[in-house]
Design a protein around this ligand. Structure first.
Ligand SMILES: O=C(O)CCC(=O)C(=O)O
Ligand SMILES: [Fe+2]
Length: 365
């Protein structure tokens, strides 16, 4: 069977989308056909391999953990911890976030069920040639570029009016309901985080929410098959997220996510039912660089496939992003980023391969 997924099978939608990506093989199918096979296109250049210089630090216990219940209830110490987490780490895990265990469990089951479908079934949701939504892989712009050891289902989930249900496996029992519930809960947590970020950025509590216009959520469901040579490949190449914030649900038992902190890669050890939150490029720009959209990547392993669900919270396409007046001070904090319509930034990032912090650099003055 030809394991190729990506564009080509599905008709192009007429509307101008956010971007497009070249078709690539399904890694899950490659591994299913031959669990030892690691094609050349997946073997990273030496300096990009996960074990290069053994530079992985095991200081993962240092990554901040924020108690959302304390934060939401106005605890001053937790607000300070949150501020430090956003400034110094750009990444933290949240506990007591109020999302019911069943909602998290159902979301994980839904993506597991999708990736367990036969390949011919999954192919029905293949990314159209001019879209980044659907089943396939994003950020592939050349036949020469190294590929990530993962398959993806990427869907815009909120608001419901902008969903492209043709690309949703709606016939899969529980799939749509699980995404609906999970997305609604993530939206609530986002509003809580936005309220506190707004205060820290010198606005009223609803400042960020208002500024986003009709806020959207897009969800990238990542499937990382096992790899017989995990030291040669990357599950996701180093990148920062083009979102305002990202909320990531990861496997409770398998560590795969690593973040760049003080020039080392630090693994984010899962805390069961916690959600990993990171500052995205939009929050970095709005805060004039005070809050950091940190580079991260995912590695694979030989023993067990890993899944993760990244929910990107993004502004309405027409919103102009740029440093907030309250974050700029000509003497102390001169403006570091230019203004740009959000959709133009998003398209800029989606036309390129993932490349560390290179996308954010484009916004710098
Ligand atoms: O799987 C992970 O831990 C990271 C995924 C990620 O960074 C993304 O989808 O943007
Ligand atoms: Fe990411």
């Amino acid at each position: 069977m030809d394991p190729e997924v990506g564009n080509g099978c599905v008709q192009e939608d007429e509307e101008l989308g956010w971007g497009k990506s070249l078709p690539v093989p399904s890694v899950q199918e490659i591994v299913r056909n031959d669990s030892l096979c690691v094609p050349e296109r997946y073997i990273q250049e030496r300096q990009n391999r996960p074990d290069y210089h053994s530079e992985v630090s095991y200081a993962s216990s240092e990554i901040p953990v924020i108690n959302m219940s304390l934060l939401a209830n106005g605890d001053k110490d937790e607000l300070r911890n949150f501020d430090i987490a956003c400034k110094e780490w750009g990444f933290f895990q949240i506990t007591n976030h109020g999302i019911a265990e069943t909602v998290i469990h159902n979301m994980k089951e839904a993506i597991a069920a999708f990736f367990q479908l036969p390949f011919d079934e999954k192919k029905k949701y293949t990314m159209p040639a001019n879209d980044v939504q659907g089943y396939g892989q994003g950020y592939v712009v050349s036949e020469q570029q190294k590929l990530d050891w993962s398959d993806v289902l990427f869907l815009v989930t909120l608001p419901p009016s902008v969903r492209n249900l043709k690309l949703w496996p709606v016939a899969l029992p529980g799939f749509k309901e699980s995404i609906d519930q999970y997305s609604t809960e993530i939206r609530k947590v986002t509003e809580e985080i936005f309220a506190k970020l707004s205060l820290l950025m010198g606005m009223d509590t609803d400042g960020l929410k208002m500024l986003h216009g009709e806020m959207k959520q897009a969800t990238r469901m990542n499937y990382y098959p096992t790899c017989s040579r995990p030291e040669l490949v990357l599950g996701v190449s180093p990148h920062s997220d083009a979102s305002t914030i990202t909320l990531l649900l990861q496997d409770d038992k398998i560590t795969g996510l690593q973040i760049k902190h003080k020039d080392s890669w630090i693994p984010v050890k899962p805390i069961p039912d916690a959600i990993v939150v990171n500052i995205g490029d939009v929050a970095e720009v709005l805060s004039n660089g005070l809050y950091k959209s940190v580079e991260h990547r995912a590695v694979t392993n030989e023993k067990k496939a890993r899944m993760s669900v990244a929910t990107f919270v993004i502004p309405s396409e027409e919103v102009e992003i740029g440093p907030l007046e309250s974050m700029v001070d000509d003497k102390q904090f001169p403006r570091m980023y230019r203004n740009m319509k959000y959709v133009d930034y998003l398209r800029h990032t989606l036309e390129r391969k993932m490349d560390g912090k290179a996308h954010t650099e484009y916004l710098k003055l």
